[in-house]
Design a protein around this ligand. Sequence first.
Ligand SMILES: NC(=O)c1ccc[n+]([C@@H]2O[C@H](COP(=O)([O-])OP(=O)(O)OC[C@H]3O[C@@H](n4cnc5c(N)ncnc54)[C@H](OP(=O)(O)O)[C@@H]3O)[C@@H](O)[C@H]2O)c1
Length: 340
Amino acid sequence: MTTQPELAAMHRAIELSACGLGTTSPNPVVGAVILDRDGQVVGEGFHERAGGPHAEVVALASAGPRARGGTAVVTLEPCRTTGRTPPCVQALRDAGVVRVRYAVADPTAAGGGGEELSAAGVDVVAGVLAEAAARVNESWLHAVRHGRPFVVWKSATTLDGRVAAADGSSRWITGPEARADVHRLRSQLDAVVVGSGTALLDDPQLTVRDGTGRAAGRQPLRVVLDRRGRVPVTARVRDDAAPSLVVHEPEPAAALAVLFDRGIRSVLLEGGPQLSAAFFAAGLVDKAICYIAPALLGEGPAAVAPFGVGSIEAAKRFRIDDVELVGGDVKVTAYPAEEA
Ligand SMILES: NC(=O)c1ccc[n+]([C@@H]2O[C@H](COP(=O)([O-])OP(=O)(O)OC[C@H]3O[C@@H](n4cnc5c(N)ncnc54)[C@H](OP(=O)(O)O)[C@@H]3O)[C@@H](O)[C@H]2O)c1
């Protein structure tokens, strides 16, 4: 049974887990809350970076002796193996926790901690708010299951789906609020990817910037897919404001493999049309975030170049997950329909 305070604690733990977005790869994001024997919150924590303490350990440290006889509420099954840090199962037992509530089972070799805790007499309930917790961890879960980074395709278009005008100008299609939202998104993913066309034509910096336009906060790896080595070292995307990487692999899958080997687990694919088409043709887009501005161009490139869809029947379909107004623009979040 899961009590009301435990459910509330899980909501909080999920919120805490999101604080690690963008900094934990190749590890998952995890949040934890400790309740004392009366159900009062006495400790909180989240996993901040690979090699750093796990969420349970941070939360137990903040709870101190008040954890004894209490409950640990965690978004991911506590690990039972020694990685760069000791197993959390042992830390929970040493702290005298008698109940564990977790959301998502750990699909890796570190999984099985729930069973181990049960076998040791701890009252364990799995699957508490699992869907909501898995959503925050979607990149990591996807990367573990498929052995490649989770790809979020982002576009900023007019009402008629165009990403640039006939003269090539594209700044700015959407308003400042939507652009700020993109900066927040960048900060939560491991890498930002564009094609050489965008790097050459727009010369974007692709950093996370604050309101003054300066690079600020955590910076994702900036990646240009440039098969022919056309992007010069003087391109802004290769400046020293943040780390950058030029990848010469001919296929999106091969480029993603290079990124995966570097510990990248999530990617924001920011275009342009040709590279987007290549990713869609290869079935390598896992989520779409589309900002739509109330403007018409009538001509200019569409967000995605042709990728082999010849009929309505063959259309690439999505399931809308969320629609919101961001400033004066609409933000649509969707997942490929076949993965719904
Ligand atoms: N509003 C928006 O959200 C947005 C976002 C991005 C871009 N844009 C607009 O898009 C326009 C640029 O369009 P674009 O289509 O030329 O840019 P792009 O898709 O960024 O770059 C295309 C280039 O990427 C390289 N590439 C590397 N790997 C590839 C692969 N596997 N498959 C296909 N191409 C690969 C190719 O050059 P190599 O063969 O030399 O490698 C290709 O010519 C600009 O006008 C820009 O303003 C708008």
